[in-house]
Design a protein around this ligand. Structure first.
Ligand code: MG
Length: 335
């Protein structure tokens, strides 16, 4: 199989601001294995750059030609860029589906009607700005980015502006003390759950927080995102969290994302399938697993202006998977 790649620049519709930085553009890489395509999202927070991803891809040895021996091929990926490793896995799955002439969801035995509605992300900003964006979006489910001093004011302003379901994501922006202080207050605003309240490496903190909240009879579900990259991380968090956020860019592809989902289920956790700032390539690849999940946060293509591919489409918050073979994405011809 021939491996090649294409750097792309994605222009964002609005500045994307989270607890650890802001951006107007993202520089990702499309990765191809023969006719298969995948995407590597260069997320600055995870230490990934477009240059680093390309350097990694140059180091990948010949992956062989037996694409049905998937683990053997994936094991040939050198250690390094999670995003690039993920893109190779996605391209391999795309090629696999094309060879078998079926969309991935069918090969996984899944019904695309069972995809949960997706949330739409409101980046971190002044409370009144976030409230205006929440109202203007018209989306029935909003994911609110938090991680600063004004977090309660942000949630209060948004709750006052919309009846949409709200989930919040602190992106590791709180200390243990801050989390314990603010979570009981945020619980008053009818939130579905709180994502990644604690620092990335603070696995013990999740057990501590669970005990503290239980003692106060605060029942808002706590999800882990950055702390749970693989199925091993999910197992370590069993008993401490209510749900886990699965992203192919963390799990290094679809194959390990499936293991994360099954591991989470075995521990009675809920599952949200999510994405980075990715085009339709990466998001559609992930979306084939969405029927296995309870929540979807797959709004990447809605955040960008110049998607190079057409894939999953949106009817409001409802996602429709393409039915063509593999991931099912199609290049948009430039006019
Ligand atoms: Mg998150």
């Amino acid at each position: 199989m021939k491996l090649f790649w294409e750097p792309i620049t994605l222009d964002l519709r609005t500045t994307f601001r989270v607890a650890h930085g802001a951006s107007d553009q993202r520089h990702n890489v499309l990765v191809y294995l023969d006719d298969g395509v995948g995407e590597a999202a260069a997320v600055p927070y995870y230490g990934e750059t477009q240059e680093g991803i390309i350097e990694y891809l140059k180091s990948v040895p010949d992956l062989g030609d037996d694409l049905f021996d998937m683990d053997a091929i994936l094991d040939k990926r050198p250690a390094g860029s999670r995003a690039a490793r993920s893109a190779i896995d996605e391209a391999l799955h795309d090629l696999w589906g094309k060879k078998l002439n079926q969309p991935l969801y069918k090969l996984f035995g899944l019904n695309p009607q069972n995809i949960p509605l997706t949330s739409f992300t409101i980046g971190m900003d002044e409370p009144h700005v976030m409230a205006e964006q929440a109202k203007a979006s018209g989306h029935p489910i909003l994911k609110i980015k938090l991680g600063g001093e004004e977090d309660e004011a942000r949630v209060k302003a948004i709750r006052g502006a919309t009846n949409s379901k709200l989930r919040v994501d602190a992106n590791a922006g709180w200390s243990r003390e801050r989390a314990l202080q603010i979570i009981p207050r945020l619980a008053e605003y009818d939130l579905e759950f709180i994502e990644q309240p604690l620092a990335v490496d603070d696995v013990d903190g999740y057990f501590w927080l669970k005990d503290q909240l239980r003692a106060q009879r605060i029942e808002i579900p706590i999800f882990a995102d950055e702390t749970a990259k693989t199925s091993h991380d999910v197992a370590k968090l069993a008993g401490a969290i209510d749900g886990v956020v699965v992203k192919t860019m963390k799990s290094e592809g679809i194959r390990e994302a499936l293991r994360m989902i099954h591991t989470a289920r075995a521990h009675d956790m809920r599952i949200m399938l999510s994405c980075m700032v990715e085009s339709s390539v990466g998001v559609t690849a992930a979306a084939h697993l969405a029927p296995l999940c309870d929540y979807a946060d797959l709004d990447g293509p809605l955040l960008i202006k110049n998607d190079p591919y057409r894939g999953v489409t949106y009817d409001g918050a409802k996602m429709l998977l393409p039915s063509s073979a593999g991931i099912g994405v199609e290049r948009i011809k430039s006019s």
